[in-house]
Design a protein. Structure first.
Lengths: 112, 153
């Protein structure tokens, strides 16, 4: 299938040079408004900070999720939980022993 | 807001925290049951002293003898005091007006309290005689706080 031609004739060099002159004559303000620059800079800074923070969190997450670190974390969590539980249990039994001792020796305490 | 990509990791952390809590709870309950099973959870009268002040075996034996010697008298005083208190309560419920009998009963309760206090502190001093002076001071301070509600200076 034959493609349709976009131009009926070859561009005239004189028209082209006039067009170029016209484009050059248009004055574009060399600077953007101050508010625009401020906004742009603010957003750039924000994105940079977020990207840095994301990288830091991602790196930490990546480090933590290595299999040996996961295993170590699990072991540590179980050990820490058990240790604190044993300590708490011993404290509770000691307190109960004191209460029972007092109950046995102090007649002034009200016995319902 | 947690990004969706990191959700599994956060769920993993939550699971580890839950596991840690489960370990804590199991250990806590386990220790209490084990102590109960061993008969050391207050069923031995001097368990608290033994665990808190760690006297040597001779001192512990001497304390046990003191405790046995006083146990019956302290028990009798407790029964008598409870009886006097119940009598006073019944009297107050029965009588609508003040009477000298109520005053007399209050005096009997006070007397029973005083006798109990004397006996208790005599006992506590005899027990603390078998501890080192520093431990004995701590022991008496603990007892004063617990039984008299007073904190030692």
């Amino acid at each position: 299938m034959k493609r349709p031609r976009l131009f009926s004739r070859a561009p005239d060099p004189a028209d082209t040079s006039r067009l170029i002159a016209l484009i050059r004559s248009v004055e574009v303000p060399p600077t953007v408004p101050a508010w625009f620059s401020a906004q742009l800079l603010h957003r750039l800074r924000l994105e940079r900070t977020e990207a840095r923070r994301g990288d830091w969190a991602g790196a930490l997450l990546g480090w933590l999720l290595q299999p040996r670190h996961v295993l170590a974390g699990l072991a540590l969590a179980v050990l820490l939980g058990s240790g604190l539980g044993v300590r708490r249990g011993l404290q509770a039994t000691l307190h109960l022993a004191e209460v029972r001792y007092l109950d046995a020796i102090d007649p002034v305490l009200v016995h319902p | 807001m947690i990004p969706a990509a990191r959700l599994p990791a956060w769920l993993g952390f939550a699971a580890v925290a839950a596991l840690s809590w489960a370990a804590f709870h199991s250990a806590h309950v386990g220790v209490e049951r084990w102590m109960e099973h061993r008969g050391r959870r207050g069923t031995n009268a001097l368990e608290w002293i033994e665990r808190s002040f760690q006297p040597d075996s001779a001192a512990l034996e001497a304390m046990r003898k003191v405790h046995e010697a006083y146990a019956k008298q302290l028990g009798d005083l407790a029964s008598q005091l409870n009886h006097e208190r119940r009598t006073l309560a019944a009297m107050v419920l029965q009588r609508d007006r003040w009477s000298p009998e109520v005053a007399a009963q209050i005096a009997r309760v006070d007397e029973a309290v005083a006798r109990s206090q004397v006996m208790t502190w005599q006992y506590l001093y005899e027990i603390s005689d078998h501890l080192s002076p520093a431990k004995a001071r701590v022991f008496r301070r603990e007892m004063a706080t617990a039984t008299l509600g007073a904190s030692a200076p």
